[in-house]
Design a protein around this ligand. Sequence first.
Ligand code: NFE
Ligand code: MG
Length: 599
Amino acid sequence: MAQRIVVDPITRIEGHLRIEAEVDESNVIREAYSSGTMVRGVEIILRGRDPREAWAFAQRTCGVCTTVHSFASIRAVEDALDIRIPKNANLIRNIMIAQQFVHDHVMHFYHLHALDWVDIVDALNADPAETARIASSISNWPHSSPGYFSDVQKKVKGIVDSGQLSIFANAYWGHPAYKLPAEINLLAVAHYLEALDAQADFVKVHTVFGGKNPHPNFVVGGVPFPIDPDSDMALNAQTLSIVGEAIDKMLAFTYQVYLPDLLAIAPYYKDYAALGEGVGNFLSWGEFPEDDIRNPGSYLVPRGAILNRDLSTIHEVDPADFGQVKEFVKHSWYKYSGGEDVGLHPWEGETEFNYTGPQPPYDFLPVEERYSWLKAPRWKEHPMEVGPLARVLMLYATGNARTKELVDKTLGLLDAPVEALFSTLGRTAARAIESAVYVDAMAKWYKDLIANIAAGDHDTFNETRWDPKTWPKHAQGVGITEAPRGALGHWVVIDDQKITNYQQVVPTTWNASPRDHKDQAGAYEMSLVGTPLAVPDQPVEILRTIHSFDPCMACAIHMVDANQQTLGDTMVMPSTIVQMFSKSNIKTAPVLTLGDLKK
Ligand code: NFE
Ligand code: MG
């Protein structure tokens, strides 16, 4: 009997995501639906504001990718007002953006995604001496003695014996889909814990360049601090060396822990090299300009689109072209003045809520109608996947040497063809592979920065357009970046020195999008089709593939409901609730609403 499985909320992500999957008699997913279930209002908050302060509001879209919306925002305003930034500022921005990638990917791999593959409880069955032997055979990382892993095991035992699994609660421990030997489970748990500390080291890059993290400081026109080797109040040799040490730690962790762990775990999950493909189309805005954002040809990560898996043709993309990026709302809880079948380019985008869904608790979303707070962005009307896999494909297709080396090594280990990249495993591997490319680049930009400062260039800020009197009466700009989860763009329209429209088209909006005006599914929705579930009421397979995209719903919906009144009943569910429904026998798990939380 066909049935529909609902996973709501998907945990170990940022924000509120609901997946509904139609499963056939053989427990294979035939259709899937992705819904963003909470709405917030940054695009609306920004209207009427000074464009120079937009970054500080846009940044609050999300606390995970804590820099990316600021970069998109200041670049949009710089594009609108035709501002170029100094060389030092470009290098510092590149280092900060790359830091965000590596930090975010390490956190995702160990703290958000690993537990889909690693059975924490089974680590108790491991022989620490054998774990030590495996660890030393794959890496020079120093924490690799039997005593070290034995201590980690004791720590895990303490947690399990306490009966309170805390951060390790609510997973399907013991599920037959977990395939790792106990020794590798123990290795991964040890690195889960080490990765917590590593983040504290990595983040120093942002605390030096941005004053703090999350949410560092920014400025339109450059970076918000002077360089002066003789001053304690400026970026100087001492503060720069903190950045250098952090980059060294990121290099070591990426090459000695993250990549070896990926390669140690992946061979046990080869079936996921043939599962979880999305739409087969990939989009990258590109990132890391050599000198000037206006010159996409100089980017480390190329700008472009790949259609139908065809790596031989990189299509040119232009975020300023009204015919390319459009957002559709036929299946989304928004209203467009021109009707539900039109798509709007972000410069003419509209943000008007139109909730037509059921009041919870309910069984299923009306997926034939509107069912998500996410719009459906499309490139030339194609659904696109964005993110690590899109970027790695772009780097691979254009011959980036480090990418080719690591992709070929991974495929060789799995004895898999290049098509295996279009998969859950490919997406997860891409995140580690691109991290290696970016830490290498960070080390180079750091050297370039020091050399440039040493040569006497201390310039960090272009003030020519700071005075609004120098601005045109009307201006519009687009700021692009690559965020950890994929292509990110902010489009700003400025009239009489104030923002009159602001639209964010965000990585997770692309990937988690609902169906569009042509009923084409988004990447999450497509990626689940064809996946068999071993135990349908413990759908770890759904989590694996959805987590491989690293969802961030706060970014995707990018709004906060200021009054929480009309939306008070739309689904805030603080614990994992997996509801399994058969159409004839509907069980409904208890659902907490915002109203309950306020009591
Ligand atoms: Ni909230 Fe975000 C990233 C952005 S994802 S994490 O990466 O932009 O949609
Ligand atoms: Mg938007």
